[in-house]
Design a binder for this molecule. Structure first.
Ligand SMILES: *Cc1c(COP(=O)(O)O)cnc(C)c1O
Length: 230
């Protein structure tokens, strides 16, 4: 069978991940590739699944729910990550469906996730989203608010705090992202040790720099599936 375009893209990204890890003296097996599938149809996501991807990220709840229910993406081996802005009235739908909510941007949201998770007899893994640059996102904790929020979230029942997520502002030169990633890594190292597990940073345009700066997870859309139509 000839390799699909998506499979070839995955292989190329994995090679670039390994090269970036090796430049930084890191083991590439400690870095997770999350395929970001917003606007991508289930048949094309299934190609990524066939090529070995098991972590998928979605930004919008309704779109995500449709895909999560489509085989083979509904299997117990698939880990869905919620990476968009999560409204509190959508938390109920996230519990039990997403292995990891990466975009927790307030303690109130973490509390709501914990409350719904407890009701469902589950524990939901979360990352705190950090607003590194208001040019990249409207959401997330200010860097100076992260330590206090992490301490509060670490005590909540129903959630397991596993680390931080952030985005650098878009720039044509990936080097422009380095100071933002360095700052996020420094914040990560100040978390309670038990919550220093996942540092989610790096997208198609800047993931190699993110890996050099300590990312344990990268979120890649267009480099795998091609450009998104607006
Ligand atoms: C869309 C998106 C990505 C992936 O972006 P690409 O540049 O296509 O790789 C990563 N993270 C978040 C939060 C996103 O919304």
């Amino acid at each position: 069978m000839t390799e699909t375009q998506i499979a070839a893209n995955i292989r190329r990204v994995q090679e670039r991940m390994a090269e970036a890890a090796s430049r930084a003296g890191r083991n590439p097996e400690t870095i997770t590739l999350v395929a970001v599938t917003k606007t991508v149809e289930p048949a094309r996501i299934a190609e990524a699944y066939a090529a070995g991807i098991r972590d998928f990220g979605e930004n919008y709840m309704q779109e995500a729910l449709r895909k999560i229910g489509t085989p083979p993406l509904d299997g117990p081996d698939v880990r869905w990550h919620f990476i968009g802005h999560l409204q509190r009235n959508k938390v109920k739908e996230a519990v039990g469906r997403f292995a990891l909510v990466e975009s927790v941007d307030s303690v109130a949201l973490a509390q709501e996730i914990g409350r719904r998770a407890e009701q469902a007899g589950r524990v939901v893994e979360i990352l705190l989203e950090v607003n590194l640059a208001s040019a990249a996102t409207r959401y997330g904790f200010a860097p100076e608010a992260v330590a206090a929020a992490a301490a509060e979230c670490a005590l909540l029942a129903g959630v397991r705090m596993r680390g931080l997520m952030g985005m650098a502002p878009y720039a044509p030169d990936p080097e422009a992202a380095r100071p933002y990633f360095r700052q996020l890594h420094a914040l990560f190292l100040q978390l309670p040790p038990a919550t220093q597990q996942i540092l989610s940073m790096g997208m198609s345009g800047d993931f190699e720099v993110a890996i050099e700066e300590g990312a344990t997870q990268i979120r890649i859309g267009s480099a795998l599936f091609g450009p998104r139509s607006p």
